[in-house]
Unconditional design. Structure first.
Length: 319
C-alpha cells in the first residue's frame, strides 16, 4: 500500500506527471496567446515548440540566484518545495491517482493543500526583501483573502450537489450530476450548480493571477510584481508552483463544469478533452480584457463572486 502511494506521489499522478502536464499546458496556453496577439509562440525546441517550456525551466535551474543579500535563499527554496509538494499531495485525492486517497470530507484536505501553495507563492515574494515584490505580494494577499473563501465555498457547493452528504471531492470527480423526479428540486439544483460554476470561475481568475485580475503582476507599475526579484532556480520553482496550481485547478473546474465523469479509458479521454477545452476558453477570455485596478478587483469579488457562492451553498445544503 505504501509503495503504491509513494509511486503515485513521485510518478503518476504525482510530481513527474504534474510537472510534465503543467508545462504542456503552459505551451498550449502560450500558443493560444500568441495566436491572439498575432505571434508565433514557442517554436524552437521540440515539435511545434512543445519542449520550449521544459527548456526554459532547465535553463533557469542552471542560472545563478541573484537576490537581496539578506534574503533567506534556503528558506525560500524550502517553502517553494513544500508548496509544490502540497499540490502533488492534492492530486492523490483525485480519481487520476492509481490509489485515490479519497474519503468523506476530503474536500477540506484538498482546500487546505491548495491554500498552502498560494501561501508559498506569497512568501516567495515577501522573502526577497525588496520593494517591488513586496507591493506585488501585498496586492496578491488582498485578493487572496477574498478569492480563497469564494473558491472554497464554490467547490464545497459543487461537491454537495454532485455527491450529496459525502463532502468528498474524489467521489464528486467520479460521478455525474444526477437529477431526481422532483421538478422543483431539479430547478433549484441546476440554479445552484450554475451559480457555483460562475463563482468558481471568477475566483480562478484571482487565485491563478489571470487577466483581468492579475494586478499583483502589473509589470508597468511594479516591474513584474511579486516575482520581479526572483531569478535562477527560485524563479523556476515559482513557475512550477504556479503552473501546477493552474493545471490542478483547471482539471477540477473542467470536471465540475461538465459533470459527466467516471472510471475507465473513455472517461479519461473525455477528461482530457474537457480540460483542454476549458483551458482554451479561459485563456481566450483572460486575454480579451484589460487588467483592472486592485480596488476594482476587490469589488468584483465582493459584489459577484462571494454572493453567488453563498447563494449556491445555501441552496445546495437545503436540497
Amino acid at each position: 500500500m505504501m509503495g503504491d502511494i509513494l509511486l503515485s506521489f513521485i510518478v503518476y499522478p504525482g510530481l513527474l506527471f504534474l510537472v510534465t502536464f503543467s508545462l504542456i499546458t503552459q505551451w498550449y496556453r502560450r500558443k493560444i496567446i500568441a495566436r491572439i496577439q498575432r505571434r508565433v509562440g514557442p517554436k524552437y525546441v521540440g515539435p511545434y515548440g512543445l519542449l520550449q517550456p521544459f527548456a526554459d525551466i532547465a535553463k533557469l535551474f542552471r542560472k545563478e540566484v541573484t537576490i537581496h543579500k539578506h534574503a533567506p535563499v534556503r528558506g525560500l527554496v524550502f517553502v517553494g518545495l513544500i508548496g509544490l509538494f502540497s499540490l502533488v499531495a492534492a492530486m492523490l485525492i483525485t480519481p487520476l491517482s492509481l490509489t485515490p486517497l479519497r474519503t468523506n470530507y476530503d474536500v477540506f484536505v484538498f482546500l487546505y493543500l491548495t491554500v498552502y501553495a498560494s501561501i508559498a507563492i506569497l512568501l516567495l515574494g515577501y522573502g526577497t526583501h525588496s520593494v517591488y515584490p513586496g507591493i506585488g505580494s501585498s496586492r496578491y494577499l488582498n485578493l487572496f483573502f477574498l478569492s480563497e473563501p469564494v473558491l472554497a465555498i464554490s467547490i464545497i457547493s459543487l461537491v454537495e450537489l454532485i455527491a450529496p452528504g459525502t463532502y468528498s471531492l474524489g467521489e464528486a470527480l467520479s460521478r455525474y450530476l444526477s437529477l431526481s423526479s422532483n421538478g422543483i428540486s431539479n430547478v433549484a439544483k441546476i440554479i445552484s450548480y450554475i451559480l457555483a460554476c460562475l463563482s468558481f470561475g471568477l475566483a480562478l481568475f484571482s487565485k491563478l493571477s489571470l487577466k483581468p485580475l492579475d494586478i499583483s503582476e502589473a509589470e508597468t507599475e511594479i516591474a513584474g510584481g511579486l516575482v520581479s526579484e526572483l531569478s535562477g532556480p527560485l524563479l523556476s520553482l515559482y513557475i512550477l508552483i504556479h503552473e501546477a496550481e493552474l493545471t490542478l485547478m483547471f482539471y477540477i473546474f473542467s470536471s465540475m463544469i461538465i459533470p459527466y465523469n467516471g472510471i475507465g479509458l473513455p472517461f479519461l479521454f473525455l477528461s482530457i478533452a474537457k480540460y483542454f477545452a476549458v483551458v482554451g476558453v479561459i485563456t481566450v477570455l483572460s486575454y480579451s480584457f484589460g487588467r483592472v485596478k486592485i480596488d476594482q478587483a476587490i469589488k468584483i469579488l465582493l459584489r459577484f463572486g462571494l454572493p453567488l457562492s453563498l447563494i449556491s451553498f445555501t441552496i445546495a445544503i437545503m436540497l
